[in-house]
Design a protein around this ligand. Structure first.
Ligand code: SF4
Length: 723
């Protein structure tokens, strides 16, 4: 077997990044030296000729007459199409992450938070006019630090369906990189690794994806909603669905690269080159008349202006770069990212190593301008004045080299370079914006009525009806609150909205602090998705004579990825209740299968029966389940949790550790020291449930508290922090 699969070795496996071209690039950006960049680009572009990539099999078709370089659009316009790849704060250091953000903000490009949140301090411009705010906020399917405030501060919100370099795997951050600061941003436990399944575990259909796109658009209507897909056979069909689901932007991510946190086994032998996925996406979108309403970005191993030119000709409007700007900022491709020992302070959280970071925004900016200038040269030679003119012009690519190289003998690129016949007035690039249908949202009325609360904190009460066509109620309102008041929102209960009827999907998604939704009726799936501090109460009408312990009142996947807040449901919840809950507290009278799956924080109380596979993958938070018949143990997934009795004896008082009845601040919902005081906490939660919903079950349990307490079981994660 060849040596140097993961790291460059002399006479080993060929790598795109070699010590020579890394050195050339770093000299180029540090000295702002075009000569060194030329050497770098020559080395990378020559590699293309050694057929390290599919684009190495392609040539440009040149016109008889080039145009003058002066006629080509300026580099300062071109760089606005560039963004840095999704590398989370956690996988890379604060210094590296914020350097990329400052650089991209200065040139009008976009940096990407990656899936892992962003510290709110970065949303405010710096004193010198710079900004560390990443314009693209990645959310996966809505977990790990995805607060309303985070979303409200986005220009693009990117749903990561998968990663090009490791399709089929989700975000991974080893426990030794989750320090206190990272844990706080992600609303998770320091020291505990974050290994999450890919978002397609949560998004089962294009309808689910369309709903998530709609929800995110409601939080921040000004943001573009992007969906990141991987380059693989069939991606064109998925991209067509994404366009129909009203995404504004799609990223086709190739197999090159990897993340600053992936295990080595995830870095290779997976995915496919972006050229294949991009060509298929462009052709499928054109064939279905969907191309004009969605922007297409390509990412995965772009390094030079030649790469960008081929991306544009194959159909990309925008271009993402990851490793190259990191190298510009100091990465020396040691490939130690997953170990937290990065010697240059890029992919580490170690405070000593972070001090070694020497990258500056200027280095990153220099790199992007070099790429843009190289592209301009190619454009002039090809006779293109603007990037727009180039997009989708596959007819200007040739595959003649295929026949000149033994390794490529027989490779047929004709399907990649196929020109789709389109109407004369159809466009090869994005020209329209999607209609997200926000004009008819109930929230427009709610926002208007809540102005006194949003502007001066005056209490507002609203009584209205709701139907199942009213989706994502309370979310646009919450986005408005977060834009003005941040994550802290308004004082508890400042806005109280009483609704009667049946709520559509995503009722109370990303509900902000200070908003209480009281629904008399029932609700569909995704109630309280991403809830960020609000309170949701769902109870059945007094006139309905049904037993809440036997009737569903809220649908599936309730409280998905909730960060904070309270929920009280006077009835049974569907499947996957509180999946990925990372901080909300909830009381429910029964739950379907897979409740508390992948939960990382918060408290859940179930006053009745549950389905099977309870607590699968649960790594944080607590659940209490009422189990008078002793059936619960057989329904639990025991892999990561212990089942414990609840002691009726009060724990000794240790001041602030005791639970209390009323939430006292944004960060204190009255749960006290979560490792102790179970009986008190449980009683407080059931009392709150009775207060808010009038639950007969809560009344019955409280009336016989001594006996009831003995029938509760505590579900406690037993995750040992990674070392
Ligand atoms: S220098 Fe090495 S460990 Fe640091 S970011 Fe680059 S590849 Fe990763």
């Amino acid at each position: 077997m060849w040596a140097g699969i993961y790291q460059y070795r002399l006479r080993g496996e060929e790598h795109a990044w070699t010590p020579e071209n890394v050195a050339h690039l770093q000299h180029a950006v540090r000295g702002n030296d075009p000569k060194n960049y030329e050497e770098f680009a020559k080395s990378v572009n020559q590699q293309s000729e050694r057929l390290l990539s599919i684009r190495g099999l392609m040539e440009f078709k040149m016109p008889d007459e080039p145009i003058s370089l002066d006629e080509v659009e300026p580099a300062s316009d071109i760089v606005k199409r560039f963004s840095t790849g999704a590398m989370s704060f956690g996988s890379i250091s604060h210094e590296a992450h914020s350097t990329l953000a400052i650089a991209m903000n200065r040139i009008g490009g976009r940096s990407n938070t990656g899936e892992g949140g962003e510290e709110p301090a970065r949303f405010t411009p710096m004193d010198n006019g710079d900004s560390m705010r990443s314009r693209i906020k990645q959310v996966a399917s809505g977990r790990f630090g995805v607060t309303t405030e985070y979303l409200a501060n986005a220009d693009d919100i990117q749903i990561k369906m998968a990663q090009g370099a490791k399709p089929g795997e989700g975000g991974q951050l080893p426990g030794h990189k989750v320090d206190k600061r990272i844990g706080a941003v992600r609303h998770s436990t320091p020291g505990v690794g974050l290994i999450s399944p890919p978002p397609h575990h949560d998004i089962y259909s294009i309808e689910d994806l369309a709903q998530l796109i709609h929800d995110l658009k409601n939080v921040q209507p000004e943001a573009r909603i992007s969906v990141k897909l991987v380059s693989e056979v069939g991606v064109g069909t998925v991209a067509a669905g994404v366009s129909k689901a009203r995404a504004d932007h799609v990223t086709i991510s190739g197999y090159d690269g990897g993340t600053g946190a992936s295990p080595l086994t995830s870095l290779t032998h997976a995915g496919s080159p972006w050229e294949i996925g991009l060509a298929e996406t462009q052709q499928t979108l054109l064939l279905n008349d969907l191309r004009s309403r969605i922007a297409v970005q390509v990412d995965g191993g772009l390094r030079t202006g030649r790469d960008v030119a081929i991306g544009a000709l194959l159909g990309a409007d925008e271009f993402g770069f990851a490793t190259a700007p990191l190298i510009a900022a100091g990465c020396i491709m040691m490939r130690k990212c997953h170990l937290n020992t990065c010697p240059v302070g890029v992919a580490t959280q170690d405070p000593v190593l972070r001090k070694r970071f020497t990258g500056t925004p200027e280095h990153v900016i220099n790199y992007f301008f070099f790429v843009a200038e190289e592209l301009r040269q190619i454009m002039a030679e090809m006779g293109f004045r603007t990037v727009e003119e180039m997009i989708g012009r596959v007819d200007r690519l040739d595959m003649r080299r295929v026949h000149r190289h033994w390794k490529a003998d027989g490779v047929d690129l004709s399907r990649l370079l196929h020109t789709v016949e389109i109407d004369e007035d159809a466009s090869l690039f994005q020209t329209e914006t999607q209609d997200h249908g926000l004009g008819g949202a109930l929230d427009n009325e709610l926002i208007a009525a809540c102005q006194p609360a949003i502007t001066v904190g005056e209490p507002v009460r609203i009584d209205t009806t709701i139907r199942n066509v009213n989706r994502t109620v309370g979310t646009m309102l919450s986005g408005e609150i977060a834009k003005t008041h941040g994550h802290a929102g308004l004082k508890p209960d400042t806005i109280r909205i009483n609704l009667t009827g049946v709520a559509g999907q995503s009722f109370g998604a990303w509900l902000a602090h200070g908003v209480t939704l009281v629904l008399t009726g029932d609700a569909n799936d995704y109630v309280g998705k991403g809830m960020s501090g609000g309170r949701i109460i769902v109870k059945q009408p007094a006139s309905v004579p049904r037993d809440p312990s036997e009737n569903i009142i809220v649908g599936n996947t309730v409280l998905y990825g909730a960060i904070a807040g309270e929920a009280y449901f006077n009835g049974v919840a569907g499947e996957r209740f509180a999946v990925r809950n990372s901080g909300a507290i909830a009381v429910v009278e029964g739950a379907g299968d897979h409740a508390c799956e992948y939960m990382t924080g918060g408290v859940v109380v179930v006053l009745g029966e549950t389905g099977r596979n309870f607590a699968a993958g649960m790594s944080g938070g607590i659940a209490y389940v009422y189990d008078p018949e002793g059936k619960f143990e057989s329904l639990v997934n025991p892999a990561q949790v212990d089942l414990l009795p609840i002691s009726p004896e009060p724990d000794e008082d240790e001041g602030t550790g005791r639970p209390h009845q009323r939430p006292s601040s944004v960060n204190d919902f009255g749960m006290g020291d979560m490792l102790r005081h179970d009986a008190e906490r449980l009683k407080i939660l059931i009392e709150r449930h009775k207060l808010h919903t009038g639950s007969a079950q809560a009344t019955k349990l409280l009336d016989n508290w001594g006996e009831a307490l003995g029938a509760f079981i505590k579900v406690m994660p037993v995750i040992t922090p990674e070392r």
